[in-house]
Design a binder for this molecule. Structure first.
Ligand code: CA
Length: 434
């Protein structure tokens, strides 16, 4: 296969997630600047408002250039993919190695470029609505085996419906935001009355979320064939879950307080255009799906995913008596291509009844588990409900997350020397609030 990669004059270190071909979108701030749109090349953040100041976007027929100065990306995304795609291509041209326009303008560079470690990433969008699917057959099977009937782990509807529930948008936060261990009601199997207190079974769920890139009208539907017009891009998504609270509350209406105390996304929205080279076929769907869920082409994406847990440093939590190390432990490797239901089917199903969607909504995939035990996307599955604890490098064991643990999710697609990545979605777990 030929290798026809264009390079940037901004240095992109080997193994970096953000080459010239990525050009994700996010919102950053620093001491000098309030939150504003940016992209990232290598380890350099590019302030898009400065590019707008200099007129670089003037020829793209964007009526309202204020989208490059706003503290959220919703209005930028709402320009539509034909326009945002041109913005992305223009940025690629401006930063290509052979383009002198910004390369030789040091004054502009001083205003527009920042090392990534000197900025703070913010929530990229205002999330109006959030839906969580349950689209990994391996995850649904594992959970069914543990909590229901091992012989009939999948419920009868599962291969006919992309099962999902409406989640909570207000508690979706950007990577780096600490989450306090939640408190709630739980009930032990051998007790007749519930208890109240901090969850003892705090878990992560490895997911990918897509950002909706357009509004629809109430009463209309999106088909699988035009669904990608409404998918702006993807982020890593950690759907933190309290298993003991979930177990007691979820019948009959599904998870509530066990899932809405914090969900964490990676800060850079990686566009579908950037991920185009990594399309993959999903699993064969058998039995045949209903006509509105049929689709053509490869609608899955080959994105390698991993989760690491970093135990607390002694200095961070002096009250802990166990010897702690700083080494993060890789606990899971999975892949987005395992998803049984793809994003186009999820969006078609979500709107088939006339439910409208809006720019900035997030739909998460559901926990992405693969076929082998090292690819399970939650502690619940990795430790099989706590019966097979994970031994950490510092000698401690994990059935679920401890206070002071940092959960680090990463994702990247790689092919023919091209690597398109997401960076990280990182979450430190803090003790419960008084
Ligand atoms: Ca979930």
């Amino acid at each position: 296969m030929g290798n026809d990669l264009r390079y940037s004059w901004i240095r992109v270190p080997a193994g970096n997630d953000f080459p010239l071909q990525n050009i994700p979108f996010g919102i950053f701030s620093n001491n000098e600047n309030s939150p504003r749109p940016a992209t990232r090349i290598g380890n350099t953040v590019v302030d898009l408002s400065v590019l707008a100041d200099h007129g670089f976007f003037d020829d793209l027929e964007i009526n309202d250039l204020s989208v490059f100065y706003q503290p959220i990306l919703n209005d930028f995304i709402a320009l539509g993919k034909p326009v945002t795609g041109k913005v992305r291509e223009l940025i690629m041209t401006l930063f290509a190695s052979d383009n002198p326009m910004i390369k030789e303008n040091l004054a502009l560079q001083n205003h527009a470029l920042y090392p990534v470690h000197e900025v703070k990433m913010q929530m990229p969008v205002s999330v109006g609505d959030y839906t969580d699917f349950y689209s990994s057959e391996e995850h649904a099977t594992n959970v069914g085996r543990m909590f229901r009937d091992p012989a009939n782990a999948l419920l009868p509807n599962w291969k006919h419906i992309p099962v999902g529930y409406h989640g909570r948008a207000s508690s979706i936060v950007v990577s780096g935001t600490p989450i306090h261990r939640p408190k709630g009601q739980t009930k032990a199997d051998d007790k007749s009355f519930p208890d109240f207190g901090p969850t003892q079974q705090l878990d992560f769920e490895l997911e990918i979320g897509f950002i909706v890139g357009g509004n629809t009208d109430l009463g209309t539907s999106i088909s699988t064939s035009n669904a990608e017009d409404y998918i702006f891009g993807l982020v890593l998504f950690n759907d933190l879950s309290a298993r003991d609270i979930q177990k007691w509350e979820y019948v009959p209406l599904g998870p509530f307080l066990s899932k809405n105390f914090g969900s964490v996304i990676s800060p850079w929205i990686v566009t579908l255009e950037a991920l185009e080279p990594f399309r993959a076929k999903g699993p064969v769907q058998d039995p045949e799906v209903l006509p509105y869920l049929k689709f053509e082409g490869a609608r899955n994406y080959d994105i390698q995913l991993e989760v690491a847990i970093e135990p607390p440093a002694v200095s961070r939590l002096p009250e802990r008596d166990e010897v702690s190390g700083k080494d993060a432990m890789l606990v899971c490797r999975s892949n987005f291509k395992y998803m049984y239901w793809n994003m186009c089917q999820q969006l078609a199903h979500h709107t088939v009844n006339g439910c409208n969607v809006r720019t900035g909504d997030i739909c998460a995939s559901g926990t992405i588990s693969g076929p082998d035990e090292g690819s399970f996307g939650s502690m619940l599955e990795l430790t099989w409900k706590g019966t097979r604890p994970i031994r950490m490098p510092d000698g401690s064991e994990r059935k679920f997350l401890h206070d002071g643990d940092t959960v680090i999710m990463r994702g990247r697609a790689e092919k023919n020397g091209l690597r398109i990545g997401f960076g990280e979605a990182t979450t430190i777990i803090l003790p419960p609030k008084d």
